[in-house]
Design a protein around this ligand. Structure first.
Ligand code: ADP
Ligand code: 5GP
Length: 203
């Protein structure tokens, strides 16, 4: 039976390859009241990614127009491409009692942290926000995982590894941190954190 969580805005960040997608997919399969926040990006689809399911793939002009309109809750340049979360996505789901899972980089997480600190007490984001940083056991393991995933060219992997050091420097800004060594253990920690954030699981 699928479980249900009390509405939360779950922000997960990690260096690319640390295992965010693996852990997030599992959470989304197990808890059908958690909705994945589909981001916008200017990068091209990778592997079997589908527009409107994995990302909204936008060109630069459309992305910039959305920025001008103030449509994004947060947006940032990551690995040379623009990424952003639409306000409509997050508020839309929270307003109907769903939890929202965001897989975003450390810059985006910082913007949301700042945003949440400034919204009034009755804003939907005020008491729902929880931020979690996923760490690889080591940089070498991260490299192996990126290679093993076999989705990125060598130079892209090198760029992601460079960024990883920078991203990991921000890990202490997150309320929770999980080392993804054994995936089952990391997943159990993730669920336990969400339970601890008063996300009572009901059958
Ligand atoms: P991210 O979404 O953070 O970029 P992924 O979830 O795509 O990372 O994981 C990167 C690669 O590492 C994938 O091939 C995935 O199957 C593998 N992986 C994830 N977690 C673990 C783990 N705990 N142990 C071994 N391999 C893992
Ligand atoms: P990828 O291209 O591998 O899917 O994602 C690259 C990085 O962009 C990851 O660190 C991911 O968390 C981040 N990212 C994805 N969507 C967003 C978003 O909407 N905003 C921000 N700030 N980062 C994002």
């Amino acid at each position: 039976m699928k479980k249900k969580l009390k509405p939360l805005l779950i922000v997960i960040s990690a260096p690319s390859g640390a295992g965010k997608s693996t852990l997030c997919s599992r959470l989304l399969t197990e808890f059908n009241h958690i909705i994945y926040s589909i981001s916008c990006t200017t990068r091209a689809p990778r592997g079997a990614e589908i527009d409107g399911k994995d990302y909204f793939f936008l060109n630069d002009d459309v992305f910039d127009r959305r920025v001008q309109e103030g449509a994004f809750l947060e947006h940032a340049v990551v690995h040379g491409y623009k990424y952003g979360t639409l306000k409509l996505t997050v508020y839309g789901e929270l307003s109907i009692g769903k939890s929202v899972l965001m897989d975003i980089d450390v810059q985006g997480a910082a913007q949301i942290r700042e945003y949440v600190s400034k919204v009034p007490a009755d804003d939907l984001l005020k008491n729902s926000f929880v931020d979690i940083f996923i760490l690889p056991p080591s940089i070498n393991v991260l490299k192996e995982r990126l290679k093993g995933r076999a989705e990125d060219a060598d130079e892209i992997i090198e760029q992601r590894l460079k960024n990883a050091e920078m991203e990991m420097a921000d890990r202490n800004l997150f309320k929770h941190q999980i080392v993804n060594d054994k995936v089952d253990k990391a997943y159990a920690e993730l669920v336990s954190i969400l339970d601890g954030e008063k996300s009572a699981a009901t059958g």
